[in-house]
Design a protein around this ligand. Sequence first.
Ligand code: UD1
Ligand code: MG
Length: 460
Amino acid sequence: MTDKPFAAVILAAGLGTRMRSTLPKVLHGLAGRPMIGHLAATVATLAPAKVVVVTAPGMEAVVKAASPAEGAVQQPALGTGHAVQAALPALAGFTGDVLVLYGDSPLITAETLRAMLAKRQSGAAVVVLGFRPADPTGYGRLVADAAGQLDRIVEHKEANAAERAIGLCNSGFMAIDGAVLPGLLARLRNDNAKGEYYLTDIVAHARAQKLACGYVEAPAEELIGVNSRAELAVAEAIAQTRLRAAAMAAGATLLDPASTYFSFDTQLGSDVVVEPNVFFAPGVVVGNNVRVKAFSHLEGCRIAEGAVIGPFARLRPGAELGRDVHVGNFVEVKNAVIEAGAKANHLTYLGDARVGAGSNIGAGTITCNYDGFGKYHTDIGAGAFIGSNTALVAPVSVGDHAIVGAGSTIARDVPAGAVALTRAEQQSLPGSAERFRTKARERAAKAKAKASSRGGADNK
Ligand code: UD1
Ligand code: MG
């Protein structure tokens, strides 16, 4: 919350050609959601009065990814100042502060935005967010006056040698008094190196009107701009580092943080242990005291207290695991409720199913949920025992405490307490093994003799 209402304007009209993608740049994913979604979520924590996303025509998906937000279309794109101008109709009648953000800088923190708004409320008409990148080439430089006040911003292309020696750069993020913003934008001209309407020029115009301007500084890491896949990977690494730190600070043990991948919304309870090489796709909620063993992939699932997952488990959307459930190696669970204490420890597929409390699912059990057209449900009661290598042909149910013999193909409902098996009758032929081996040995010897006599003839 900030004292004064503010609106956020997110600039995202750039086409992002360096991504070499058909997807608009700001829709590329970072920790499981579009990068503009991260920015929008950070802004949302400050309760903006309004969010306006400036895009090129036909980029409704970008506005949606920042929702709740309003779209403003900029066409043609004539520079950052022109882009903010394109947002003005959406801000008509709004007199609070305006926060200008770049859609391709997803790692900004709420603290930094709060500091900008606080500085703005302390009297500066324009507050610019500065940072000190390792290599300032290409960035606008913040030029301060003798009193240390922000005087103007000079773009790299227009900067002289002394200005280029300034390490403090313009991130592009600004907090501006909404009452003076339209007037400042109206003064912009495009007589510069790029022939664009530079938003940065509003600083000099504000100073010319005797309005105070200031800046706040943020760590360069927060202001990584994503223009290429390589920069996207750098941003992903930073996002993951933050998520890992947050998970550990909240009481999870990560045996190898660097190989644990989180999504923006992963929720871990306390005393969760995550072994190496685990991937949390979006929508995962893990209860207390759960152990996720190595090489597991989890997405859209809930795991209750005390469960043990993996190694090599795959939990897909709609998997709901009760307390103390065990899901072991090479087990895939999709849209299935596994009730408390049930176990499926090896080589199993449970899809569109319920497994009752305390049931044991043998190795190699498959719920055959799909007939090429529709999906069907398998219901297994409590305390049931499904023998290894069973195919459950859905729709089908197995009642409470029933037993299914190994190797069965179950296509009809099994009543509670019944034993069901569909195995073919077994035959055992006493002494046959030795007779079989003797014959097989003779056949092999004959074949070998024939081959070597043919080989001898060829050598002559
Ligand atoms: C801008 C700043 C520069 C700063 C740098 C930080 C200006 C004039 N320069 O330069 O001082 O150091 O960002 O990264 O502002 N956009 C539009 N419409 C446009 C032009 C841009 O929406 O017409 C959006 C882009 O999609 C992007 C952002 O504005 O999200 C920045 O535009 P970009 O062209 O990258 O500006 P820079 O030249 O990098
Ligand atoms: Mg740029």
